[in-house]
Design a protein around this ligand. Structure first.
Ligand SMILES: Nc1ncnc2c1ncn2[C@@H]1O[C@H](COP(=O)(O)OP(=O)(O)O)[C@@H](O)[C@H]1O
Ligand SMILES: [Mg+2]
Length: 219
C-alpha cells in the first residue's frame, strides 16, 4: 500500500536592510497564514536554534574591542545556518509546515560581499550549506536607506555590529539585494518598503498565495 505523501511546506524568506519592515511583515504574514489553517514555523537568522542563537550573539555582539573579519563572519553565518537547516527548517518543511524566516542566505551574500568576500566564495559556501533546501520565495523590502533612518531609530534595541555602520554601507546593502533579485526574478519579489505596512503585507501575501496555488497545481 502506498503511504500518503505529505506535501512539503513552503519556505519563505524576508530580506532587506535594517528598518525596512521585515519583522513587521513577518508578524502580518504569520497572522494570515495561521488564519488559513496552515501550520507555520516563524524563525530568524542568524538564529532559530539554540546553537545558531549562540552564534548570533557571538557574531552580532563580539567581545568589546574585537571584530570578526568578513570571511570569519561568513563562516559563522553559514555555521549557524547549517544548524538552523538541520534542526528546524528541513524537519518543519518535511512535516508540511511552512517556514517563514526573517533573513536567510541572501543576507550573507549581501552583507559579507560588501565586507569584501568574493561573491564566488560566498556562493560556494551557500551551496555547501543549503544543498537542495532553497527558499521557494524571497521577499525583498526595498527603500532608499535615508528614508529609513527614523524607523531604525524608533526601534528600541541597541544597535548591533551591522546597524551601527555608516550610510554608505546601508546604500550598498540596498544595491546588493537588488542585484541578487535580478538573478532570479521568479523567486525574488521586490516590495516597496515605503508603502504603508498593510499595503506591503497585501502585496506579499498575493505573491505567496499565487506561488502556493501554482505548487498545488503542479503536484
Ligand atoms: N511599511 C511601513 N511603513 C511605516 N513604518 C513601518 C513600516 N513597516 C515597518 N514600520 C516601522 O518601522 C520600524 C522598523 O520596522 P521593522 O519591522 O522592525 O524593520 P526590520 O525588522 O526590517 O528592521 C518599526 O517601528 C515599524 O513599526
Ligand atoms: Mg527586524
Amino acid at each position: 500500500m502506498m503511504m500518503p505523501q505529505i506535501r512539503a511546506g513552503l519556505f519563505i524568506t524576508l530580506e532587506g536592510g535594517e528598518g525596512s519592515g521585515k519583522s513587521t511583515l513577518l508578524s502580518g504574514l504569520a497572522r494570515i497564514i495561521s488564519a488559513e489553517g496552515i501550520s507555520l514555523v516563524q524563525t530568524r537568522e542568524p538564529g532559530g536554534t539554540v546553537l545558531a542563537e549562540a552564534v548570533r550573539t557571538l557574531a552580532l555582539h563580539p567581545p568589546d574591542g574585537h571584530h570578526w573579519s568578513p570571511i570569519a563572519e561568513s563562516l559563522l553565518m553559514n555555521a549557524a545556518r547549517a544548524s538552523h537547516l538541520e534542526e528546524l527548517i528541513r524537519p518543519s518543511l518535511s512535516n508540511g509546515s511552512w517556514v517563514l524566516s526573517d533573513r536567510f542566505s541572501d543576507s550573507t551574500l549581501a552583507y559579507q560581499s560588501i565586507g569584501g568576500v568574493p561573491i564566488d566564495t560566498l556562493r560556494m559556501m551557500e551551496a555547501a550549506t543549503l544543498g537542495e533546501t532553497r527558499p521557494d520565495i524571497t521577499l525583498i523590502l526595498d527603500a532608499p536607506p535615508n528614508e529609513l533612518v527614523a524607523r531604525r531609530q524608533s526601534r528600541e534595541q541597541a544597535l548591533d555590529a551591522f546597524e551601527a555602520r555608516p550610510s554608505s554601507f546601508h546604500l550598498a546593502v540596498r544595491d546588493r539585494f537588488l542585484e541578487i533579485a535580478e538573478t532570479d526574478p521568479k523567486r525574488y519579489i521586490v516590495l516597496d518598503a515605503l508603502k504603508p505596512a498593510e499595503h506591503v503585507l497585501a502585496q506579499a501575501w498575493a505573491a505567496i498565495a499565487t506561488l502556493a496555488d501554482e505548487k498545488e497545481k503542479n503536484q
